[in-house]
Design a protein around this ligand. Structure first.
Ligand code: CO8
Length: 262
């Protein structure tokens, strides 16, 4: 993985074949400025295109994940500027285009666009004291990067509506209970656990993982009937993979499968 230039607002490293992207704008609590979003997208694409990387972790460091969109920048926005530049579409579209699994490792708060960024990822792991919230109502606006759409799918209408209409905060324990977060860990262990998860996923057949991820994400876009059709077709397609032959042969021969022949 190419380490980003020193003025980049993200820091990229690789551990066990997992690309770790750390938001690095502590003075503004990792607020998503246009430059931070660009740097994040560039590093995500680098990791996605790097054959040595099989999964990606996005984190904000030990103390906070991200305080949301950059309020200083947003303050300057007018309707015309936001609309004509399609403000924030690049973040959502950019992350959607990443084929490898993206895991959010959340310590501290993930507020506004920070919560939305975590929800754009495929899996969220959080520290016990992490907090999630959509405080946009307090700024006279609404969530603008998927909060009103993804939160309802993650935790249901009643809880999502309550958070979005009040700006109240969801604790990590409640977020895990509600299904927003896959697992919680002691704060100091989250990143390691997220990397371990990425490495574990990364040891399976890469095309199978990418296909499975695409199918799961497709479920949010289409009707059940269409989703089932899509899934069945891609399931059929996996029978064309060497890795599928290997997996089933290894099972029959009672041995570990050797992935990677594709
Ligand atoms: N934008 C810009 N600067 C920020 C932001 C932010 N979102 N959050 C914190 N900062 C800055 C502060 O202004 C302060 O700067 P300075 O030192 O120059 O005064 C510095 O970071 C430290 O802030 P605090 O002293 O407040 O730090 P604390 O750790 O005590 O508190 C909080 C952190 C609780 C996060 C608090 O700063 C806060 O409430 N921030 C605002 C959170 C918020 O309202 N977020 C929602 C923003 S709106 C949004 O995200 C819209 C979604 C649209 C999609 C976005 C996708 C990109």
């Amino acid at each position: 993985v190419t380490i980003m230039s020193s003025d980049s607002l993200v820091f990229v490293s690789a551990v066990d074949g997992v690309g770790v992207i750390t938001l690095n704008r502590p003075a503004a609590r990792n607020a998503l400025s246009a430059q931070l979003i660009d740097d994040l997208l560039v590093s995500l694409r680098k990791c996605d295109g790097d054959p040595a990387v099989s999964a990606i972790v996005v984190t904000g460091g030990d103390k906070f994940f991200c305080a949301g969109a950059d309020i200083q920048e947003m303050k300057q926005l007018t309707f015309v500027k936001a609309y004509t530049n399609n403000f924030l579409a690049n973040l959502d579209n950019g992350i959607k285009a990443i084929a490898k699994p993206v895991i959010a490792a959340v310590n501290g708060y993930a507020f506004g666009g920070g919560c939305e960024l975590a929800m754009m990822c495929d899996i969220i792991y959080a520290g016990q004291t992490a907090r999630f919230g959509q405080p946009e109502v307090k700024l006279g606006t609404i969530p603008g990067a998927g909060g009103t759409q993804r939160l309802i799918r993650a935790i249901g209408k009643a809880k999502a509506m309550e958070l979005i209409l009040t700006g109240d905060v969801l604790s990590a324990v409640d977020a895990e209970k509600a299904g927003l977060v896959a697992k919680i860990f002691p704060d100091g262990e989250v990143l390691k656990q997220a990397i371990d998860l990425g490495a574990r996923i990364g040891r399976f057949s890469q095309p199978v993982i990418a296909i499975a991820k695409e199918c799961v994400n497709h479920a949010e876009q289409v009707t059940l009937e269409e989703g089932l059709h899509f899934e069945r077709r891609l399931y059929h397609a996996t029978f064309g993979l060497e890795d599928c032959k290997e997996g089933m042969t290894a099972f029959a021969e009672k041995r570990q499968a050797q992935w990677g022949n594709c």
